[in-house]
Design a protein around this ligand. Structure first.
Ligand code: CP3
Length: 320
């Protein structure tokens, strides 16, 4: 999950001097941010500091990150001609700065912990392009899917190609695992997931360099998990709305799982955090193939000490 961010004072300090995009585009600073949570929290892996939306900027849609409101697309994709007009993107040139961050972060980590790269899945990227920003009901996206079926599939094919190149570039630069974020796909019915999304996510995952594990994650995906497994991934990410043990059983122990503490628990007492972490570890029952994680990113209001405490608790309870 996102583990850098505004809940970390050292990140806020950097952000006072730099815009978010500016920070992402400066490999030295971005590598520094990548290491902040490792040093501060003692986590077992570093997460590349970048964003899933960086690959949309070269499409010329006017990507910006506005203070407080998050990402905004100035010229959203709203019609078949809009899709046809999107320019070809040479990912290696357009986001070469991300690959350079990977190299620098690996060097700075010096194999203390592995580095996880990531990208947005075609559906989640398309939802930003079409909605123009965050959305609750994804009505424009869902209308487009059906009203412009052909353009929808053409758009997702384009995005699948871009995401594949983005992830393979990170792997070539040294990422030791990659996570595919389909953060908002939980808004879809299982039937719509299978028709409008699954083939495109699968097209990404099957074309990734085979040497690193792939984590496939979304939020609110309880009814989609078996289809997401079919789309691919060595690890399926679970959010906190499902119980880890029984969900893993249902998915099959031939796939690894990641998750799934409610990030809101980090705003509670140490006792509550400990109880919730223990319940998840009990659910995993010391099987190989469980990555302890939050079910989604760290909230901005989170006290840093609580995240540190969680890391210590998980290390203590899962020590062999
Ligand atoms: O630990 C890390 O280094 C995190 C790296 C990371 C970022 N974005 C940096 C970031 C990761 C893994 C992402 C992924 C991402 N970006 C996702 C998928 C993960 C998820 O949470 O579901 C999504 C949907 C995005 C798009 C995005 N970027 C949104 C919706 C926002 C605004 C939300 C917010 O918290 O402000 C961003 C901005 C963003 N990306 C921030 C960070 C640290 C906060 C920007 C700031 O400093 O103001």
């Amino acid at each position: 999950m996102r583990q850098a961010g505004r809940y970390l004072a050292e990140y806020r300090n950097l952000r006072e001097r730099w815009g978010f995009l500016e920070l992402c585009k400066n490999p030295q600073a971005a590598a520094e941010v990548t290491l902040q949570p490792v040093e501060r929290l003692g986590v077992d892996a570093a997460i590349l500091f970048a964003d899933i939306l960086l690959v949309l900027e070269p499409l010329g849609v006017g990507l910006e990150f506005t203070k407080g409101d998050g990402p905004h697309i100035q010229r959203p994709v709203r019609s078949a001609p809009d899709v046809a007009r999107l320019p070809a993107v040479a990912v290696d040139d357009a986001v070469g700065f991300v690959f350079e961050t990977v190299g620098r972060a690996r060097k700075a980590l010096a194999d203390r912990v592995p580095l996880i790269g990531f990208a947005g899945a075609p559906f989640t990227l398309a939802s930003y392009l079409i909605e123009g920003g965050p959305s609750r009901d994804f009505l424009r996206t869902k209308r487009f899917m059906r009203a412009e079926r052909e353009a929808w599939h053409a758009l997702l094919e384009r995005l699948a190609g871009i995401t594949t190149a983005y992830l393979n570039g990170q792997i070539a630069a040294g990422a030791q695992a990659v996570q595919l974020f389909d953060s908002w796909v939980g808004t879809l019915s299982p039937a719509d997931y299978r028709e409008f999304v699954l083939p495109h996510s699968r097209a990404v995952i099957t074309r990734l360099s085979p040497e690193v594990p792939v984590i496939h994650f979304g939020v609110g995906t309880a009814t989609l998990l078996s289809s997401m497994k079919e789309a691919g991934g060595d690890v399926i990410g679970l959010d906190w709305r499902v119980e880890l043990g029984s969900t893993w059983e249902r998915l099959g122990h031939d796939v690894a799982v990641q998750g799934n503490l409610d990030p809101a628990l980090l705003l509670s007492s140490t006792d509550d955090i400990r109880r919730a972490a223990k319940a998840i570890l009990d659910g995993a029952a010391r099987r190989p193939g469980h990555i302890f994680n939050l079910g989604h990113g760290v909230h901005q209001e989170t006290p840093v000490e609580n995240v540190r405490t969680l890391v210590e608790i998980v290390h203590e309870l899962s020590a062999r």
